[in-house]
Design a protein around this ligand. Structure first.
Ligand code: JHZ
Length: 409
C-alpha cells in the first residue's frame, strides 16, 4: 500500500505506482538455527512500485542494514565456481585494459569473502575490500585480501579519500540495489575515483526480471531493480556518467556498468537507452502484466508439485538461496511437498529456510536420499548445478526449474 510518506529512492518523486505485492515475507537470508525455530519471525511486506518520474522500480520497505547484513549473514560468494570464473575474467580483463600494476589501487564495495579481489592480489596489485558482514570480511582477510569490516557510504569514502586512497577501479557488484542511502553510496564512489578511474558496477537488469518472471529475486535486501534509464538519471544527478555497459548472463541477466567522472558515452549505452524507450521500460505499461505472470507461475508450480505428490513422488530443493526464500514463501511451498533443501555453502548447513522452515543439508544428501525430483531454487546456476549432479540424474533424478515457467527438465 502506498502512503504519502513514500518517495522515490532516486528522484524523491511521490508519483509511485504499484506493480506487484508479494505480501508479508520473512527476510530472505535470515536462516534459522534449530533454537530459533520456535521464536517469532519478522514478516514484512514486499511491495514493488514504479516511479513515474524517473522510471526506477523499487520496493517500499527499508529494513535496517545491520539487521540484513549482520554477523549471521550467510551468503559467501566463493561457493559458486561459475561466479568465481566470471569474477576472475573481469579482473584479468581490467588489469590488461587499464594497465594496472603495483602503483594502482582497486577498491571493492561489498567485497564479501574476497572472491574477486584475490585475483588482483595474485598479480601484485594493491586492493582494499570493504564489507559490513563480519563472517565474510574475516574470510577475505584470511585469504590475504585486506578488508575493512564496515558499511560503505559517504562518511567512509571521505575518510579514505582524505587518506589519499583513491582508486583506479572501484568494483561494486550486487550492492547498489542493496543500499538504503543510494545517494550517499554513489557520492562515495565519486569521491573514491581517481580522475581517470572507473567504477565497474554489476546489478541485475529489470528487463530480465520482468521478461523472465524472475520475481523471486525480489526480497528486502534488493531495494532497487534497475533499468539503464533509471540508472542514467541516478548517476547523472551525481555528475557521473555510464560510459559503457556490458550485458551479462549472471544472476538471471545483469548489467555491468562502466561509470566515470567524465562523459564519454558509448554507442552501446545510447542503443540500450533507446531500446528501453521503444519497449516502454520507462512507462508503467511495461510492468502491467507482471503481477498476473507471477500469479500464473505460482498456480502452475503448485499444481505441478501437487500432481507429483499425488503420484507418490518425493521432492527436495537445491539452493538455500535468498531467492529460494521468496519463491517458497510466496508460492506457499513447505514440508507438505518438499522434504529438504541442499546447498554447498557450509555456513547454511543445519539451518532452516526462513518462513517455511525447510532444513538445509549438504548436497551429498541428494544421492544418499534420492528424492525423485529436485526443485532448482538456484535456477540462475542451472548449467553448473546440473553438470555437477550427473550422478543423481543418471540414477533417475529429475530437476524442476521454476522460472520463467515451471517445468521438469
Ligand atoms: P545465489 C545472492 O542471492 C546474494 P541468492 C545477494 N542478495 C544478491 O544480491 C544476489 O546473489 C545477486 C548455492 N550453490 O548466488 C550457493 C550451491 O549449493 O543464486 C547459494 O547458497 N551449488 C547478495 O542467495 C545458492 O546456491 C552450486 O553449484 O539468491 C545460490 O544463491 C552453486 C552454483 C550454488 O543467490
Amino acid at each position: 500500500m502506498l502512503t504519502l510518506a513514500h518517495a522515490c529512492r532516486s528522484c524523491s518523486s511521490k508519483r509511485l505506482a504499484g506493480i506487484l505485492s508479494l505480501g508479508a515475507t520473512p527476510l530472505a537470508d535470515a536462516l534459522l538455527t534449530p533454537q530459533q525455530l520456535g521464536e517469532p519471525e519478522p514478516m514484512l511486506p514486499l511491495e514493488l512500485v514504479f516511479c513515474n518520474a524517473c522510471a526506477l522500480v523499487q520496493i517500499l520497505e527499508t529494513v535496517a542494514p545491520d539487521v540484513l547484513f549482520g554477523p549471521d549473514y550467510p551468503y559467501f560468494s566463493s561457493f559458486s565456481p561459475a561466479l568465481l570464473q566470471h569474477s576472475r575474467n573481469n579482473a584479468l580483463e581490467l588489469i590488461a585494459s587499464r594497465k594496472l600494476d603495483h602503483r594502482s589501487l582497486v577498491i571493492e564495495l561489498a567485497s564479501n569473502d574476497g572472491y574477486l579481489l584475490k585475483n588482483y592480489v595474485a598479480e601484485g596489485i594493491p586492493v582494499l575490500g570493504i564489507d559490513p558482514a563480519a563472517p565474510c570480511a574475516t574470510a577475505a582477510i584470511a585469504a590475504g585480501v585486506p578488508t575493512l569490516n564496515e558499511f560503505f557510504g559517504l562518511s567512509l569514502a571521505t575518510t579514505l579519500a582524505q587518506q589519499g586512497k583513491q582508486a583506479d577501479v572501484v568494483h561494486a557488484n550486487n550492492v547498489l540495489a542493496h543500499v538504503a542511502d543510494t545517494h550517499g553510496f554513489i557520492e562515495g564512489i565519486s569521491l573514491l575515483l581517481k580522475d581517470n578511474g572507473v567504477a565497474v558496477i554489476e546489478c541485475p537488469y529489470v528487463r530480465e526480471l520482468v521478461d523472465h518472471c524472475e520475481f523471486d529475486t525480489i526480497y528486502h535486501e534488493h531495494l532497487c531493480y534497475f533499468s539503464v534509464t533509471s540508472l542514467n538519471s541516478l548517476f547523472r544527478r551525481h555528475h557521473l556518467y555510464i560510459n559503457d555497459i556490458k550485458p551479462l548472463t549472471i544472476h538471471g541477466g545483469s548489467l555491468r556498468l562502466y561509470v566515470q567522472r567524465f562523459e564519454n558515452v558509448s554507442e552501446v549505452v545510447r542503443t540500450m537507452l533507446s531500446e528501453e524507450h521503444a519497449a516502454g521500460v520507462d512507462t508503467l505499461d511495461y510492468y502491467r502484466n507482471f503481477a498476473a505472470a507471477v500469479q500464473s507461475l505460482k498456480t502452475g508450480l503448485l499444481a505441478l508439485l501437487q500432481e507429483l505428490k499425488r503420484a507418490g513422488k518425493s521432492i527436495a530443493a537445491y539452493g538455500a538461496a535468498a531467492k529460494g526464500a521468496t519463491l517458497l514463501n510466496y508460492v506457499g511451498i513447505g514440508a507438505d511437498s518438499i522434504d529438504f533443501v541442499v546447498d554447498q555453502n557450509v555456513h547454511k548447513h543445519s539451518k532452516y529456510m526462513p518462513g517455511c522452515h525447510l532444513p538445509i543439508y549438504p548436497t551429498e544428501q541428494l544421492l544418499q536420499r534420492m528424492p525423485d525430483y529436485v526443485l532448482l531454487l538456484a535456477w540462475n546456476f542451472r548449467e553448473e548445478i546440473v553438470s555437477q549432479q550427473q550422478d543423481y540424474i543418471r540414477a533417475g533424478g529429475r530437476f524442476i526449474v521454476p522460472v520463467p515457467t515451471p517445468r521438469i527438465v
